[in-house]
Design a protein around this ligand. Structure first.
Ligand SMILES: Cc1ncc(COP(=O)(O)O)c(C=O)c1O
Length: 363
């Protein structure tokens, strides 16, 4: 009976007709670095976490994670939230008043991919700058600050993204961020970093977390991207800022209770998964190298970290290329009518990279 059920199930899913391929089946998922599953070490840390009610400030694991993250960046305080969208949006809400204006690059996650949250949550408008692969300059920022005129929105904040997701994992030169910081101080603008992938920038450029902490008023860092946690982001800032953020998190519905199980994954990731990001960057370079050999690949954005964005042309469209790779168990993402994105992460090992390179070679 059980055998009949399994057989029917196999036929229904089409696997039995692809039996030889099924035998070698391994899904290699390059769609995003958010797809990772916790490793055994991380799961063990989670299972043995000490927890309490975090809305009462009584979860020891969350308290430990918040102090650890804040101290790594030399910042006074931190708050644990369910997502990077929430940490960015809380940051923006804390720094602005309705009717204010935020300066950021046109491809920024805070503007493009947070559901219009800047308008919805903060009632603020946005001045979008055309940067270089997601990176804006101090001169651009300076030229975009509105004059103190009742007709104009009050410019109150600058938000950078490092690395830039749509910029193909591009990294800011630290010196340029410093210059933007000076403009912010001169004009009394809050300076926020969407550091969803700041660890990739730090590892790629051998930067210091403390320098970041000294530069920005608020930093959002994600644990559920390159660091491999199932959930979680932190917003870092001064004590007063985080006190305000705690109130806004409650209003946004982000106050969690025994979420120390998730914080334990975060502590584990901060202690174990940062240095290994260099491997992801090396793997991304290997993918870039094979793509360079293919005539159907156009411009490839310079690969600086773990993201590879490239144009697909001639015999493939992005959609047909993604579909062709999927037949081989390799998942990628058509991010525009002309481009495909592949993101390398903790769950992609050297064997998977080899298989991907071999497959692309044969296309
Ligand atoms: C640059 C950047 N910022 C913020 C986020 C938001 O993170 P979350 O998906 O946890 O809301 C993402 C998500 O991919 C991102 O790429």
């Amino acid at each position: 009976m059980m055998f009949c059920y399994l057989l029917a199930n196999e036929v229904a899913t089409g696997l039995i007709f692809n039996f030889p391929r099924y035998l070698h089946y391994m899904i290699i998922d390059f769609r995003s670095d958010t797809v990772t599953k916790p490793t055994e070490g991380m799961l063990t840390a989670m299972a043995s976490a000490k927890v309490g009610d975090d809305v009462f400030g009584e979860d020891p694991s969350i308290n430990e994670l918040e102090s650890l993250a804040a101290s790594m960046f030399g910042m006074e305080a931190a708050i644990f939230c369910p997502s990077g969208t929430m940490t960015n949006q809380i940051g923006i809400k804390c720094h602005t008043q309705p009717g204010d204006e935020i300066i950021c690059d046109e491809s920024s996650h805070v503007y493009q991919y947070e559901g219009g949250g800047i308008a919805f949550n903060s009632g603020s408008s946005v001045k979008l700058l055309h940067g270089d692969r997601g990176r804006i300059t101090a001169d651009q920022v300076k030229a975009s600050i509105n004059p103190d005129d009742p007709h104009r929105a009050r410019t109150s904040m600058v938000s950078l993204e490092n690395t830039s997701n749509r910029g193909g994992g591009s990294c800011y030169e630290f010196a340029e961020m410093k210059k933007i910081g000076e403009v912010c101080r001169e004009h009394k603008l809050a300076f926020h970093l969407d550091g969803a992938r700041v660890w990739n920038a730090i590892v790629a450029n051998n930067e210091s977390t403390k320098e970041y902490g000294g530069l920005f008023d608020s930093i959002s860092i994600c644990l559920s991207k390159g660091l491999g946690c199932p959930v979680g982001s932190l917003l870092l800032g001064s004590k007063d800022f985080i006190k305000k953020a705690r109130r806004i998190r409650k209003v946004f519905g982000g106050g969690m209770r025994q979420a120390g199980y998730l914080a334990a994954a975060g502590i584990y990731a901060l202690q174990n998964n940062i240095e290994r990001l260099q491997q992801d960057h090396d793997h991304a370079k290997q993918i870039e190298a094979v793509l360079r050999q293919k005539e159907f690949v156009g411009t490839i954005l310079p690969v600086e970290t773990n993201i590879v964005i490239f144009e697909v042309k001639d015999k493939y469209t992005p959609a047909s290329f993604v579909a062709r790779l999927k037949e081989e168990g390799i998942l990628s993402y058509a991010i525009s009518p002309t481009q495909v994105r592949m993101v390398v992460h903790l769950d992609i090992d050297a064997t998977m990279i080899e298989k991907t390179i071999e497959t692309i070679h044969q296309l």
